[in-house]
Design a protein around this ligand. Structure first.
Ligand code: CTP
Ligand code: CA
Length: 226
């Protein structure tokens, strides 16, 4: 385990990190979700703690255990995640690594749907709130807001447009098309997109991506008021 630096470069900084998938219920035993192990978000939170930050870790039901030393907020749905994030503000930075479900089932059943009774269910959907976009335009907007963009096509173009649309400072973009083998693996190849352009990082372990990102966040917050 990495040592916690009481006086590291991020000491006195509060950082909100979202991680993992959200689960949107269909009925009490079924849900829809995005694929997400939570590995990258967890590694980022751990790296921020190691630099001395106070981390509020808002996580959906992930495969990996949450890191030590965080303020842990476990959530299930996108609406729960939004609420937990808003309650955590104000903060110096917010990092949105979660794979939030874009839609929830608006006609979710209170009791288990039975295949013998129901036949094929007709699911209806409602759009979930966009937590990153909402925080980016909030009165209590953190000085640094970082979003992610997991894309399968036209990665840089899509991620650059996403940065504008969401109103965040940086987008951490990656190619998750099956040929890369990144989805569910221990490595990641990311491009950091900010107002100055695109910074391509070579493929490396998710832990190393996390440490590099935590360093970059630390540098960006230097000189910003606490
Ligand atoms: N995000 C969020 N709330 C949502 C959807 C996404 O906070 N309801 C955040 C993610 O955590 C990520 C960023 O927004 O940091 C981009 O998510 P992504 O799914 O790539 O963007 P979308 O705008 O949902 O676009 P699409 O899925 O259509 O590509
Ligand atoms: Ca999405």
């Amino acid at each position: 385990a990495e040592a916690m630096l009481a006086d590291g470069p991020l000491a006195g900084r509060k950082i909100v990190v979202t991680s993992g998938p959200t689960h949107e219920p269909i009925d009490p035993v079924r849900y829809i979700a995005n694929r997400s192990s939570g590995a990258q978000g967890t590694a980022i939170a751990r790296a921020l703690v190691a630099l001395g930050a106070e981390v509020v870790f808002v996580t959906g039901p992930a495969d990996v255990a949450p890191p030590e030393g965080v303020v842990l907020k476990r959530v299930e749905t996108a609406n729960d995640m939004r609420k937990a994030v808003m309650e955590a503000l104000p903060a110096d930075a917010a990092i949105f690594a979660a794979a939030v479900a874009d839609w929830r089932v608006s006609n979710a059943a209170d009791s288990k749907m039975k295949k013998t009774k129901t036949g094929l269910p007709a699911l209806e959907f409602a759009e979930n709130p966009d937590i990153l976009a909402d925080v980016s335009k909030d009165k209590a907007r953190p000085a640094l807001v970082v979003g992610f963009a997991a894309e399968t096509d036209d990665v840089i173009e899509n991620a650059t447009a996403k940065r504008k649309r969401k109103g965040c400072d940086w987008i951490v973009a990656n190619d998750v098309s099956p040929k890369t083998g990144i989805m569910g693996g221990s490595e990641n190849a990311v491009t950091i997109i900010d107002e100055n352009g695109a910074d391509n990082w070579p493929r490396m372990g998710k832990d190393q991506v996390a440490r590099k990102l935590a360093e970059r966040i630390s540098e960006a917050l230097q000189g910003k008021q606490k």
